[in-house]
Design a protein. Structure first.
Lengths: 308, 387, 321
């Protein structure tokens, strides 16, 4: 132990030379610098690049163009189409994932046995590597051998197999179905956890007061879960709007931009068209939306922390 | 075997110059070798802080703590050779009972071999009757068993001091009583000087050799359980010790030669001067009756005061009953022993022997007259009052 | 129950009681719930089932129309081709041919072994960085009060939301500037930065709940600060530390955007590697499914271990039971 004591003594000695007020920040410094360099700095870089006409392959020849990239976002019909896609994606994807997830969570809590095993199985879609999940759905939606075509024919919805991933009218929807499949389990788990956190006695007290099952749900379950549900809702929005893999694997955003969302468009603009300036301006758009979501996330977070 | 001295110790949390909170204020306690000291007081009175300063977990802002005359202020907790039992037991959850018990021994520079440590662990486990649990983890034990392990971890090191921080607070009532007795027996068996923190006056009264009663960081009284009950230094101690609470009335005193005449809203009576240690030089006093000392007038006649009251609630407690009644000037609580047929609405008259009456100075709240034990009261006229 | 017809709620209650109090109501309710359960869980589980059965079908059966719900002729062909292909591209085929006389040849080109090794390297590196840096920061953030603490916590929380698509373009520029393009170090650093806030939140939760009295007990038991750390804190934190590591590991294992934009084919990790494979061989779905299963196994093993930490980890401890 004496060796350790000595090492520690000299360590303590070195530490003591740092002023008290600064010392406490030392252990935080490495994390903050890593996050600062690789996450926060790029955001600043994106702001800067968004004012330039910049080619990915020859960034040195960048030319200052002011707000031209933002003007393009404002006028380009293609980008408007992408933004509309993104809106539809986030709205439909989030709402469906929440409704389905809540239902799943409630069923797991209330109606199904083996809750912990069942919830682990339900969670698989969320933890499966993104590319794997997306590949499965690509296969299932695929034109020639897809099981979904077969299912729709069996159900009488369609008469013969149709090409879904390659259709301008339909291609947005299969990735949304895949995304709901990936996100709903997450919301289910949040729901389950919150339900498990509610004291049984509250329900017993409510039953004594003559509350019907619906009233118990309305006046006990929902209010008790409100912050957890708000967190889940924001997470759904965030995961949906920043999703890249589900679309990219299934359709690459095509045909045309019919299934492109904002992240896919950013990727295509930067790494297919090499237009870094426009891609940065689009990134700023995504960033601002994420910032708003994150702001509310932190607000709700603080409320939750305050409650416990 | 340690003579513990706490000498003029003050502890201020935060900045003493600005908004510091004084947790312990100029506290001095002398604990002779082998004594069982209980620090008693309401929460926030500084008792736990005092214990932690003795253990070395907090540094005193001022004053000295001495073990056998040596100042230990600058000695770290791990070098003080004290053992502590925590309120939440603080067993290491990742270690078995055996490892928990042996952990302290392995840290010491005592050159014990593994075999010797193991043997010592077994001895202590047998002493506490937990030898069957040695290979279990704390989470597998009941509250009482965890408590025993925590005790074992303290005993095994044969430390200079035992410190107990509300060790029974997390146990149920039944277990609390058994463990209380066990701790008491164990301490007298090993004879190690101990300091014990509790807010439970009943626990303190049964277990202590010496009780130190604290309030707002200040020592109110240091004495034996009998002393703090019969001769509470002030109103705070009188109200804190004893259950049910003491009945209190404001009264006026007049000197009537051989006696002091006391008058309250309900009653008036006389106390022979021989029962009072000092001259009473104030007219406003607080008169205190312990519920245990009140009798029904019909049951026994004495020379003391009598209070007419109407029964509100009777709480039977086995062979006794606690009677809550209403007199002219307020509530009165009495503990009546033996047979009774009281019911709510009954009128009755309480009385009390003059030697059992407490008197406090209404202004300073200091004790003027304490409760004299019956035999001493008889001696009182000749010997004066000495307790 | 007193019914007051003025009260709209009581009207509702009456409507409700049909569902709950009568025989036919109960029947309707139960079948509705049963149907819902069936639909919902089919949606979740069928794709997983489909992946598994596809992996065990032959290439011929894959192409049948309509598809078969159960494999008619269960076969390990898919798995065999994945393994062979990997051995071939890694150059182990010669070794097997000489040692055992096995002939290995495959038309499929996916070197899953190298992909997995690359991913392991990146994921373990990022996990360790996040663990070491995150734990220290978490300890201070939990135990001490200081100026800027809340701002730091919020910043870390927010930084969990941004990575991936919002910053892929500037990240590419940054990595090029640093001369780290097409290196695994770049991914290790970025994933470390993405996951350490995660670890901070998870470990902070652990330290917040850690009872002070245990540390004090160890001081009374004559431990030096180092002994307290090593014999008491670390063993007790073990589960949280492992969970933190697995979270960081899984993120790095699954991440596609940065791996795709910052690496070449030669350095690919599993996600971009599988993506390239899927897009190149999308008729050989049994091979794709087999490869998918192989690379999903570590994730499922990890999930089983950290399930109890999952909600806390995902939400930075915001959602508690």
């Amino acid at each position: 132990m004496s060796y350790v004591d000595n090492a520690q003594a000299s360590y303590e000695h070195a530490i003591e030379r740092v002023p008290e007020g600064v010392r406490v920040y030392l252990p935080i410094l490495p994390v903050m610098s890593l996050v600062g360099v690789f996450i926060l700095y790029p955001i600043a870089q994106a702001i800067y690049s968004s004012f330039f006409d910049k080619d990915l392959l020859s960034p040195a020849e960048a030319e200052f163009v002011g707000l031209a990239n933002y003007a393009e976002i404002w006028t380009s019909e293609t980008i408007h189409q992408v933004l509309w896609n993104t809106f539809v994606w986030v709205a439909v994807g989030s709402i469906a994932a929440i409704v389905l997830g809540f239902l799943m969570g409630w069923l797991l809590y209330e109606k199904l046995p083996f809750t912990s095993v069942a919830s682990a199985i339900v969670l698989i879609p969320w933890v499966l590597p993104r590319v794997v999940g997306a590949s499965i759905w690509q296969f299932m939606f695929g034109g020639s051998q897809g099981i979904i075509n077969e299912l729709l024919v069996q159900l009488g919805v369609i008469d013969e197999y149709i090409v879904m991933l390659g259709s301008t009218d339909l291609s947005l929807w299969p990735p949304i179905v895949g995304m709901i499949w990936r996100l709903a389990p997450l919301f289910a788990l949040l729901t389950l956890t919150s339900l498990q956190g509610i004291d049984e006695h509250l329900y017993e007290a409510a039953r004594m007061d003559g509350a019907t099952p619906w009233e118990q749900f309305r006046y006990i379950t929902l209010p008790m879960m409100r912050y957890n549900l708000a967190i889940g809702f924001l997470l759904m929005l965030i995961y949906n709007i920043r999703n890249f893999s589900m679309v990219w694997v299934m359709t690459k955003g095509g045909p045309g931009v019919s299934s492109s969302t904002l992240p896919v468009m950013i990727y295509r603009t930067a790494f297919v068209d090499f237009n870094v300036g426009l891609a940065s301006a689009l990134s700023m758009l995504l960033f601002v939306v994420l910032l708003v979501f994150s702001y509310y996330y932190i607000q709700v977070y603080d409320k939750v922390q305050g409650e416990f | 075997m340690t003579h513990l001295e706490v000498d003029g110790v003050t502890k201020v949390f935060g900045d003493p110059e600005k908004d510091g909170v004084v947790a312990v204020n100029d506290l001095s306690i002398d604990v002779p070798d082998g004594d069982f000291l209980v620090l008693l007081g309401p929460s926030g009175c500084g008792k736990t802080t005092t214990l932690r300063m003795i253990g070395g977990l907090e540094d005193p802002t001022e004053g000295e703590i001495r073990f056998d005359g040596t100042v230990v202020n600058d000695i770290k907790a791990r070098n003080r050779d004290v053992a502590m039992v925590f309120q939440d037991f603080a067993l290491y959850p990742h270690m078995t009972v055996r490892e928990n018990l042996g952990f302290g021994l392995r840290r010491e520079d005592n050159d014990m071999t593994d075999g010797e440590i193991d043997q010592r662990v077994t001895e202590v486990a047998e002493m506490l009757e937990i030898e069957e649990l040695l290979n279990n983890k704390p989470a597998q034990l009941s509250g009482g068993q965890q408590q025993r392990v925590a005790l074992g971890r303290a005993i095994i090191r044969e430390p200079r001091l035992f410190l107990f921080d509300e060790p029974l607070a997390n146990l149920d009532a039944q277990l609390r009583k058994t463990m209380r007795t066990e701790i008491d027996e164990l301490q007298s068996q090993v004879g190690i000087t101990s300091a014990y923190v509790t807010h439970n006056q009943e626990e303190a009264m049964t277990i202590a050799d010496t009780i130190a009663i604290l309030n707002d960081g200040k020592l109110q009284q240091l004495g034996t359980p009998d002393q703090v009950f019969n001769e509470p230094a002030n109103l705070f101690v009188a109200q804190f010790v004893g259950s049910p609470d003491m009945n209190l009335y404001s009264g006026r005193v007049t000197d009537s030669g051989d006696d002091y005449a006391i008058e309250t809203d309900d009653t008036s009576f006389e106390i022979p001067k021989a029962l009072v240690e000092t001259e009473i030089d104030t007219s406003d006093v607080l008169v205190g009756f312990r519920p245990q000392d009140l009798y029904q007038r019909a049951a026994r006649l004495t020379e003391g005061p009598d209070v007419d009251a109407e029964v509100r609630v009777v709480e039977p407690v086995g062979t006794e009953a606690i009677v809550h009644a209403e007199s002219e000037s307020g509530d009165i609580t009495a503990k009546i022993g033996g047979f009774h047929d009281l019911a709510a609405g009954d009128s009755l008259t309480f009385t009390i022997a003059p030697e059992h009456v407490y008197l406090f100075d209404a202004e300073t709240e200091e004790l003027i007259k304490g409760r004299l034990m019956a035999e001493r009261a008889e001696d009182a006229p000749t010997n004066g009052v000495e307790v | 129950m007193a019914t007051d017809t003025q009260d709209p709620k009581s009207e509702f209650r009456k409507n409700q009681s049909w569902l709950y109090d009568t025989q036919s109501g109960t029947y309707v309710r139960k079948s509705l719930i049963g149907l819902l359960t069936l639909v919902v869980f089919t949606y979740v589980l069928f794709p997983l089932y489909w992946m598994v059965v596809t992996a065990f079908k032959t290439t011929a059966e894959i192409q049948q129309i309509p598809p078969t719900v159960f494999p008619e002729d269960p076969s390990l062909q898919g798995f065999r081709m994945v393994v062979m292909s990997s051995l071939q591209t890694s150059g182990y085929d010669a070794f097997f041919e000489q040692s055992f006389g096995w002939e290995i040849s495959s038309a499929i080109d996916i070197d899953i072994l190298t992909l997995i090794l690359n991913s392991l390297k990146v994921a373990v590196g990022a996990g360790l960085i996040a663990l070491v840096l995150g734990t220290g920061a978490a300890y201070v953030l939990s135990q001490r009060e200081f100026r800027g603490k809340n701002a730091i916590m919020s910043l870390l929380l927010a930084s969990l939301m941004f990575p991936g698509t919002a910053i892929m373009v500037p990240e590419w520029e940054l990595i090029s500037t640093l001369g780290l393009f097409n290196t695994h170090l770049a991914l290790i650093l970025i994933y470390g930065a993405m996951t350490s806030p995660f670890v901070v939140w998870l470990m902070k939760g652990f330290f917040d709940d850690f009872p002070d009295s245990i540390v004090e007990a160890s001081r009374i038991d004559q431990c030096t600060p180092f002994e307290t750390f090593w014999y008491v804190l670390v063993p007790m934190a073990r589960n949280s530390l492992i969970a933190s590591f697995i979270f960081a590991f899984l993120l790095a294992w699954n991440e596609l955007v940065f791996a795709l934009t910052l690496l070449d084919n030669s350095k690919f990790t599993v996600p971009p590697g599988l993506l390239t494979f899927v897009q190149g061989f999308n008729t050989q779905w049994n091979v794709v499914a087999a490869a998918s299963i192989i690379i999903s196994l570590p994730v499922l093993a990890g999930l089983a271990y950290i399930q109890q930490y999952f909600v806390q980890g995902l939400t930075g401890g915001a959602v508690k039971g």
